[in-house]
Ligand binder design. Structure first.
Ligand code: PMP
Length: 402
């Protein structure tokens, strides 16, 4: 049992996990648990049918959100970390087997979350691949030419975050994807949409993404433990001799138990095991009940926050100045003050929840000059109220201007 209840918190940690959720999320999860929480796809009884329907409906709903025409190309996962591991290791394992004598090369950026940089660094340290890290400019944007220049004839995968979780900068992924397709057609493009799915309009085709990872618990306003990976035709062809990607897990699937190996059909090839149907019930309800105009609302919050912070002594805002080129992750540091101190005081004195530290993206902070302490990150969300924002602005003035 959780012993204490946090009351009247002004929650500014939506970039980590959004809160609150649409009320229908908890209702749908409770209903599913009470009425039909059984294994999907494997039995013929009525409850199994309902669970199967839920999985199919969730897949269609998330496919709609990310503009994936073929919903079977959306693999449901436990989140973006799971999706990115499936993408990175799936591509590398397939290439290592298909071309035994060629060492694959991977490109990623300084802005990546550990969910991308750690799997790539590990494979690099094991000597299985070579990798190149691309820098960003002082506002946290990578350059399209620099991404292309980092590739070579062995490059099999280029990974880029759609927006930095640490500082909010939205990357030119559509251009990177387009250039890769014309100039490096053998390289697959993997986009980390953890910070953008649900927050910005996303269309995997327009982004030229071969692989697109997303999560349910941030701007899609769903529960933790559910997310997905779009796998494009260039990344995986179930009918090809060499599949292009291998699954990380093998095991039981929804249908076809006869085959000695996991059947190559989508989505089941990448979805072995009983999925998080409870999370899907919540995610589907979140998508169906998402508040309108969340983007405008968040941009207005970011405008007020950044304007206010700029006026406070010693504050350095880290990241983009143009509101249209950023998400709602507002990061800052204060000369002569420690980030954990500021975050601690905001919590203790004002009941305001923020995040401090490296936000799982250490290289972004090396690039921004905020390593190793990181930043204080304020991330308003779809449900942040004007009163909560006013409370934050007053608390920041009190703490930093006094
Ligand atoms: N990538 C980015 C950019 C993120 O912000 C996060 C979550 N902090 C992840 C990946 C990992 O997402 P998940 O929590 O769904 O595993």
């Amino acid at each position: 049992m959780i012993a204490t209840t946090c009351r009247n918190v002004a929650y500014f940690d939506n970039a980590a996990t959004s809160w609150p959720k649409p009320p229908q999320v908890a209702e749908a999860m409770a209903r599913f648990l009470n009425e039909s929480a059984c294994s999907p796809g494997r039995a013929l009884h009525c409850m199994a049918g309902q669970a199967t329907q839920l999985v199919n409906d969730t897949r269609s709903a998330v496919a709609g959100v990310i503009g994936a025409e073929d919903a079977s190309r959306v693999i449901l996962t436990s989140g973006a970390t799971d999706a990115l591991n499936i993408a990175i290791k799936g591509v590398i394992n397939a290439r290592l087997i298909a071309h035994k004598h060629i060492k694959p090369h991977v490109v990623f950026t300084v802005l990546e979350h550990n969910a991308i940089s750690r799997p790539i660094n590990e494979l690099t340290q094991l000597g299985l691949i070579d990798s190149t890290v691309v820098e960003c400019d002082e506002e946290g944007f990578v350059d399209v030419d620099a991404m292309l220049e980092a590739t070579n004839e062995r490059t099999v995968l280029v990974c880029c975050t759609h927006a930095s979780n640490a500082i909010g900068s939205i990357q030119p992924v559509a251009e990177i994807g387009a250039r890769l397709r014309s100039e490096r057609p053998d390289a697959l493009f993997c986009v980390d949409g953890a910070q953008t799915t649900g927050a910005l309009a996303v269309d995997v085709d327009a982004l030229n993404a071969d692989l697109f990872a997303f999560t349910g618990h941030k701007s899609l306003l769903g529960p933790t433990g559910v997310g997905g990976l779009f796998v494009g035709e260039r990344a995986y062809d179930p009918n090809s001799e060499s599949p292009g990607m291998l699954p990380l897990r093998q095991g039981g699937t929804a249908g076809d138990s006869v085959s000695p190996v996991t059947p190559r059909q989508l989505p089941m090839y990448f979805e072995a095991g009983t999925p998080n149907t409870l999370g899907m019930a919540g995610l589907l309800a979140a998508i169906e009940n998402a508040p309108a105009r969340a983007l405008e609302h968040e941009r207005e919050m970011v405008r007020r926050l950044t304007e206010h912070l700029r006026g406070l002594p010693g504050v350095r805002l880290v990241g983009p100045s143009d509101i249209k080129k950023r998400t709602a992750s507002v990061s800052f540091v204060v000369e002569g003050r420690s980030c954990p101190d500021i975050a601690g005081l905001l919590d203790e004195r004002y009941n305001i929840a923020v995040r401090t530290g490296l936000h799982c993206a250490p290289n972004a902070h090396r690039a921004m000059g905020t390593f190793p302490d990181g930043t204080v990150r304020l991330s308003p969300g779809a449900y942040t109220t004007v009163e909560e924002l006013d409370r934050v602005l007053a608390a920041l003035s009190d703490l930093l201007a006094g």
